[in-house]
Design a protein around this ligand. Structure first.
Ligand SMILES: [Zn+2]
Length: 335
């Protein structure tokens, strides 16, 4: 027995001698790869590469492998000090086997990422989803640091969430819990990419807001946002922010409408799960404080009185890095 106890201690020490880990945020538009100091959460070095799903999964894998290789070469940290490579991808994941079951934004389906990467790297490989890694990042070093009971909601191309209860992520029976974007907010509503109608993300995502603004402009409405638009380029969170500062009627209207729906979705989450804290993140939340303030005020007003009195709201704190920092800790995940 004593032998085993000693061995366990030795293995434990060996594990914690490894100070660093690689975290990868694999998204529809970019791959962010970072070397993370696990004690401080500091990003020691990072590499950003653009992705295009049109070029297919082979291209994404090639860029992913290149990014990790470049990062390891440039950082010059000996491999013995790095414990693992963790990757979070925007999609449905088989976490036990490291397979991307379906990631429409990456055009990857039934892709055994772990198997592919194991051929290139000697480090252990862990695969998770994008919201899971963002939530782990915020839990370790961001807005969820002192809380073991929260829901992390990110607004971007879609609307996603991760639920943390007793310090652990709730994965659900099929590993797909947290799909707040597909809460149905209008029975006969707009079509959603998932095949259903009236899903929250068809109303509250950045994409939905852009579509509303573009639609109105096509119909001839005038807006301050036209001063920032460039031909062939899409609307950005910063353009929305600048237009709201100028109190532009159309942009304020579209963002207020999105906040109305998002707050409805969040109120449903508050009533159903009764968390202590809601963390809101993503480019639009970061750039447009009006959207954040409107959403949390309305969410509190729409929730049942008892949870509404206690619920706390915070903005995500780690910005672009929440995903890579969280991915570096996928190795600690308990499934
Ligand atoms: Zn949907």
């Amino acid at each position: 027995m004593k032998y085993f106890a000693n061995l366990k201690f030795f293995v434990y020490n060996l594990k914690y001698m490894k100070k660093y880990s690689v975290g990868v945020d694999l998204g529809g538009t970019k791959i962010l790869t970072a070397l993370v100091d696990k004690n401080s959460g500091e990003v020691i070095s990072h590499i950003k590469k653009k992705t295009k799903k049109q070029k297919g999964p082979e291209n994404i894998i090639k860029k992913l492998i290149e990014s990790i290789e470049e990062l390891l070469n440039e950082s010059q940290i000996p491999l013995e000090e790095i414990s693992s490579i963790g990757i979070g991808a925007a999609g449905q994941i088989d976490r036990e086997n490291g397979i991307i079951i379906g990631a429409p934004n990456l055009d990857c389906f039934n892709l055994n990422l772990k198997e592919i990467l194991t051929k290139h790297f000697t480090l252990p490989i862990f695969v998770g989803n994008d919201l899971e890694i963002a939530a782990i990042g915020e839990q370790k070093f961001g807005a969820g640091r002192d809380c073991d009971d929260f829901v992390c909601i990110f607004v971007g191309t879609g609307v996603g969430s991760a639920i943390i209860k007793n310090g652990r992520i709730i994965y659900g029976a099929t590993g797909t819990a947290g799909e707040i974007g597909h809460i149905i907010v209008d029975l006969n509503g707009r079509p959603c990419a998932c095949g259903a109608h009236g899903c929250l993300e068809a109303y509250a995502s950045r994409t939905a807001i852009e579509t509303r603004i573009e639609g109105a402009l096509k119909k001839g409405r005038k807006s301050a946002i036209q001063d920032y638009l460039e031909p062939g380029k899409s609307i950005t969170s910063s353009m929305i922010h600048k237009s709201i500062e100028r109190e532009d009627e159309l942009v304020v209207q579209c963002v207020t409408e999105a906040a109305e729906y998002l707050s409805g979705g969040i109120a449903s989450v508050i009533n159903l799960i009764n968390p202590k804290l809601i963390i809101l993140g993503g480019g639009l939340i970061e750039a447009v404080d009006y959207f954040y303030q409107k959403t949390i005020k309305k969410a509190r007003a729409k929730s049942l009185p008892v949870p509404a009195a206690k619920i706390e709201f915070k903005k995500a704190m780690l910005g672009d890095y929440s995903g890579v920092i969280g991915a570096a800790f996928l190795e600690e995940r308990k499934l």
